[in-house]
Design a protein around this ligand. Structure first.
Ligand code: SAH
Ligand code: SF4
Length: 411
């Protein structure tokens, strides 16, 4: 999401006469696009910031700004460190604040979607790109800072999304990922997410479509049937479960049970037999017992995730959990449980990859392998990375899978 937001920021700045350069040490403006999701993310920004601030000794004209979620969360507190503080809905104010030399705008909007801004694609392979389609979240999961830093949920018009996707296809892009905090909660006028997916997938059968991140509550049968109808809608779903215990899910305010989630997984396996499912998991949430933790492990096995992002619970100020629950799981217990989750996922990822050996998969070639210039890499519809002998980027190839590691297929 921040990657996509940075492309919007660069576009706004370019329209106002700024250009980007490769070496930040020669810049007159450095913006740090930040994440508040865990304390560790914020700590890394503070460490990096010291390095940027020290550059002011060399260049007294240097302006430093913090943009994104930390700007929204910490507001004025940051002004004693940096010149500009701009929240995720206020990027259009940047040129004005830059003219004033110093300032803050952290007003959250109920309507801002930046839908008229054409992102400047950066750091891209020219084959795959992100399109941001909705912003914000008001689900208020007990642990999560997002509703406070990114404001209310709002969607962008379907016409501008389809237009952006079509332009990308004409420029040679072959895969787009529709992005949103809860991408499948998308709703604009009478167009819901399944209808939007159909519109985007209909642009051209050579344009692959992915989406992230889905909220389990909106993974409807209707959406799964649309996915089944279009070969170019990729068969992989990122469906964060967070936890395997009903007790903890309730405290987290996820508003589904383990059984309800597993029913959605059964629907995916039934309607989309080849589809992989990946997830996010939090270990060591407030009051988590050993039994709760075992429930997470058993759920992981039951689903057989192809991949997972796994985190230790990190208390975020002002969230429901911070106000009402004690962050009472000792650090070493959190860490041990997290490590057990990671070890299990490695096993599941390897098993998921081993099931591919011997199959022929359609791969979109993305570029040359970083390790070996004689080889290319690309991904299968199931979002698995495959390495194989050189082929032109942007082409589709049927690749036979012959070996694998837990993270890569070799074909
Ligand atoms: N909207 C998505 C998730 C977005 S946040 C959803 O609801 O599924 C990305 C991930 O960060 C979450 O899925 C969660 O696993 C993790 N996360 C969020 N807050 C956290 C916290 N306080 N501590 C640890 N992990 C957290
Ligand atoms: Fe955070 Fe929950 Fe919203 Fe996801 S759905 S962004 S976890 S509050």
């Amino acid at each position: 999401m921040n990657f996509a937001d940075s492309e919007i920021l660069i576009s706004i700045l370019k329209d106002n006469g700024y250009t980007s350069i490769d070496d930040y040490r020669n810049a007159d403006l450095i913006l740090v696009n930040t994440c508040s999701i865990r304390e560790h993310a914020e700590q890394r920004v503070f460490n990096r910031l010291n390095e940027f601030i020290s550059l002011k000794k060399r260049n007294p004209f240097l302006k430093i700004g913090i943009v994104g979620c930390m700007a929204e969360r910490l507001k004025e507190q940051l002004l004693n460190k940096v010149d500009l503080v701009v929240g995720p809905d206020a990027y259009r104010s940047l040129p004005r604040l830059l003219q004033e030399g110093r300032g803050i705008d952290t007003v959250l909007s109920e309507t801002e979607t930046y839908d008229d801004i054409i992102p400047v694609r950066t750091d891209t392979n020219g084959i795959t790109a992100f399109i941001s389609i909705m912003r914000g979240c008001q689900n208020y999961c007990a642990y999560c800072v997002v509703p406070y830093t990114r404001g209310r949920e709002r969607s962008r018009s379907a016409d501008t999304i389809v237009g952006e996707a079509r332009t990308l296809f004409e420029q040679g892009y072959r895969e787009i990922t529709l992005l949103g905090q809860n991408v499948n909660s998308y709703h604009y006028g009478s167009v819901g997410f399944p209808a939007l997916m159909e519109q985007v997938a209909s642009i051209n059968s050579l344009l692959r479509v992915r989406f992230a991140t889905s909220h389990p509550k909106d993974i409807s049968d209707e959406l799964l049937h649309v996915m089944a109808r279009y070969d170019n809608i990729c068969k992989s779903i990122h469906l964060p479960v967070q936890h395997g215990s009903n007790e903890i899910l309730k405290k987290m305010n996820r508003r589904y049970t383990r059984e309800w989630y597993l029913d959605r997984i059964a629907a995916i396996k039934n309607i989309l037999p080849s589809c992989t499912v990946s997830t996010d998991i939090i270990a060591g949430f407030c009051g988590e017992t050993e039994e709760d933790h075992l429930q997470t492990l058993s759920l992981m096995r039951e689903v057989g995730y192809s991949a997972a992002f796994m985190f230790k619970y990190s208390e975020r100020p002002d969230t429901f959990a911070a106000k009402h629950y004690a962050d009472d799981i000792p650090e070493e217990v959190k860490l041990r449980r997290l490590n057990e989750i990671i070890a299990l996922q490695q096993e599941l990822s390897l098993a998921s990859n081993e099931r591919e050996i011997g199959l022929v998969q359609e791969v979109l070639v993305e570029g040359t392998s970083h390790r070996n210039p004689e080889q290319s890499y690309g991904r299968t519809s199931q979002n698995k990375v495959v390495v194989f002998d050189n082929l032109p980027a942007g082409s589709y190839a049927n690749i036979k899978i012959i070996r694998c590691t837990p993270v890569t297929l070799i074909g």
